[in-house]
Design a protein around this ligand. Structure first.
Ligand code: PLP
Length: 374
């Protein structure tokens, strides 16, 4: 509790502090490469009979929206006088974002990563190490993301004086879900302004993929008060929704507490957390940010699952029509946009897809799925 209280107090102290905001915005602009474009996709639009815009978070430094939050929390840790950052990472994207901001701001960085993931993601481990981070394989439990989160919490409790735990998505205990949304809300602010400039009106629909929920919360926050804008979150359905192993927490989850928040959780009847599986490691988490569970409960956001094969088809479609190689996570959002556009009632609608990241990291996975040797 003291750790959460110290962090909560610091977040509320600095979140509207002029100097802090100014520094945050400078890093977003000069280190991360903001603002990102809102790109009208002419070929995809013509093919689908809708107006499709892509919010280009894939153009950011380190390849995804995660850098926005890593900068925000890294700066906050600096303002708090901390000297060390810890993080947990599944596929490695959040670990890389933490490692680079750690290098830039002069922190010691330690990244916890499931032993299985360390093996599967060697190149990402090397990237983190190049930026000076120590990568700690976690050999406990299923040796994946959920177990790394447990280890990071243990480290934090033991090293509270020096250390900030930089969580990468809108999960965990307060203030994390609120704070991560706050740092990611720049996506929604930009997108709202950009679509008004381009179209002179708000979009009909905004679609984003949902892992823990940060890129979706970021873009939804710009439109959640506009009741006429439909918001759709797309989760990982894995190979099939009928198996136990999928990441469709909002579709199949039940109320429960995981890693410090009450939300929807994939669990057995006895309350044991289920192992999830998706072709996109970033969507592979058995929980979901609590605000998404809330937005579902009040019917403000619709949540839908997309299967691995559908995401792969959408991945290829975007490569071929627009020359843009999306992350497999983002491909889930594209895949649902394709389905959505084909429903007769949605013909001609203006749709923003949040393209949360680029596909460079997924080349080996995609090649394997397509049966191609690289
Ligand atoms: C990590 C990641 C996600 C999923 O995380 P959220 O917190 O749900 O946004 C989505 N897309 C990309 C490219 C990612 O790296």
């Amino acid at each position: 509790m003291p750790a959460m209280e110290e962090l909560r107090d610091a977040f509320y102290k600095y979140k509207d502090n002029e100097e802090f905001i100014e520094e945050f915005n400078t890093y977003l602009r000069e280190f991360a490469g903001r603002p990102t474009g809102l790109y009208y996709a002419p070929n995809l639009s013509e093919k689908l009979g809708c107006k499709i815009y892509l919010k280009r978070e894939d153009m950011l430094h380190t390849g995804a929206h995660k850098i926005n939050n890593a900068i925000g929390q890294g700066l906050l840790a600096k303002y708090m006088g901390k000297t060390r950052l810890i993080a947990e990472t599944g596929a490695g994207q959040h670990g890389i974002a933490t490692a680079v901001i750690g290098a830039r701001l002069g922190f010691d960085v330690k990244v916890y990563m499931g032993a299985k993931d360390v093996e599967r993601q060697k190149l990402n481990v090397f990237r983190m190490e190049l930026s000076g981070a120590e990568v700690m394989p976690v050999d406990k439990g299923a040796k994946t993301l959920k177990d790394s989160i447990n280890e990071a919490f243990r480290d934090w409790v033991a090293n509270l004086d020096t250390t900030h735990y930089l969580i990468g998505t809108t999960m965990g205990p307060h203030p994390y879900p609120t704070m991560v949304k706050y740092f990611q809300s720049v996506i929604g602010r930009e997108a709202r302004k950009q679509i008004l400039e381009a179209e002179g009106k708000l979009p009909d629909t905004v679609i984003a993929c949902v892992g823990g929920g940060s890129n979706a919360m970021g873009i939804f926050s710009g439109f959640v008060d506009d009741e006429d804008v439909d918001l759709i979150g797309v989760e990982a359905g894995g190979v099939s929704l009928d198996t136990d192993e999928n990441g469709a927490t909002l579709t199949n989850g039940t109320e429960g507490i995981l890693h410090g928040s009450l939300s929807l959780v994939l669990q057995t009847d006895e309350g044991q957390i289920k192992d999830t599986s998706s072709v996109s490691a970033g969507l592979d988490y058995p929980g979901i940010g609590p605000e998404h569970a809330y937005l579902k409960s009040i019917n403000r956001v619709e949540y839908v699952p997309i299967l691995n094969d559908e995401a792969l088809d959408a991945f290829k479609l975007l490569c071929e029509t627009e020359g843009i190689i999306p992350a497999l996570e983002s491909s889930h959002a594209v895949a649902y946009a394709v389905k959505y556009a084909q429903m007769p009632e949605n013909k001609g609608k203006t749709i923003i897809i949040n393209l949360s990241g680029r596909g460079d990291k997924d080349m080996f996975t995609v090649a394997k799925e397509l049966g191609v040797e690289v």
